[in-house]
Design a binder for this molecule. Structure first.
Ligand code: IMP
Length: 177
């Protein structure tokens, strides 16, 4: 189906499944090369990244570990803005080669606020792999090391990403009409 309805909005296919899987093989090949002889720890950010993390991880042929975390943002009591905390990062990342796995970088706020907290735990290296990036929307400075697709600043669902809870199960990425 090339057009679907999720809640009240219509979406059309933007990235078909085969295109997604091809790109993930490319990303995995780069990671396999870059981390040969190392044992990176992938820290995948729930909920949206579960499909990307799974497909990427299956394509790795190096030794690698994977854990999932959830990030929660709180409105600060003062105007200092949101505080992002991690839920479930129980693995010790000191001295590890860490790769954060995200579904999408939009404004970049979430990762921009979370990265210093990880850096504080002194990993040996810290890189970011994101399935999607909306460069036009990104206002927080972030170095993205592995990017699947750069996309326009339009809302998308599917392949783990949701619109108000729905659409995560779709195999393709759909763009709002
Ligand atoms: P950021 O902090 O603005 O980079 O936002 C990151 C989070 O916003 C992502 O992890 C998604 O959960 C959500 N998000 C941003 N854009 C979209 C979209 O187009 N579709 C679904 N979720 C999105």
């Amino acid at each position: 189906m090339s057009q679907i309805k999720v809640h009240d909005r219509n979406f059309e296919v933007y990235l078909p499944e085969a295109t997604i899987l091809e790109k993930i093989k490319e990303l995995a090949a780069r990671i396999n090369r870059d981390y040969e002889g190392k044992r990176p720890l992938f820290v995948a950010v729930l909920n949206g990244s579960f499909m990307f993390a799974s497909d990427l991880f299956k394509q790795l042929n190096i030794e690698a570990e994977l854990c999932f975390i959830k990030l929660a943002s709180y409105k600060g009591m003062k105007s200092s803005g949101n505080v992002v905390t991690s839920i479930g990062l129980e693995t010790d990342i000191f001295g590890r080669d860490v790769i954060i796995v995200e579904d999408i970088v939009d404004t970049g706020k979430t990762l921009h606020e979370f990265l210093p907290k990880l850096q504080h735990q002194q990993p040996r290296s810290l890189k970011i792999a994101t399935f999607l990036h909306k460069p036009e929307a990104t206002t927080y400075p972030l170095k993205l090391d592995y990017v699947g697709f750069e996309i326009p600043n339009k809302f998308v669902v599917g392949y783990g990403l949701d619109y108000d809870g729905l659409g995560r199960n779709l195999k393709e990425i759909y763009q709002v009409l």
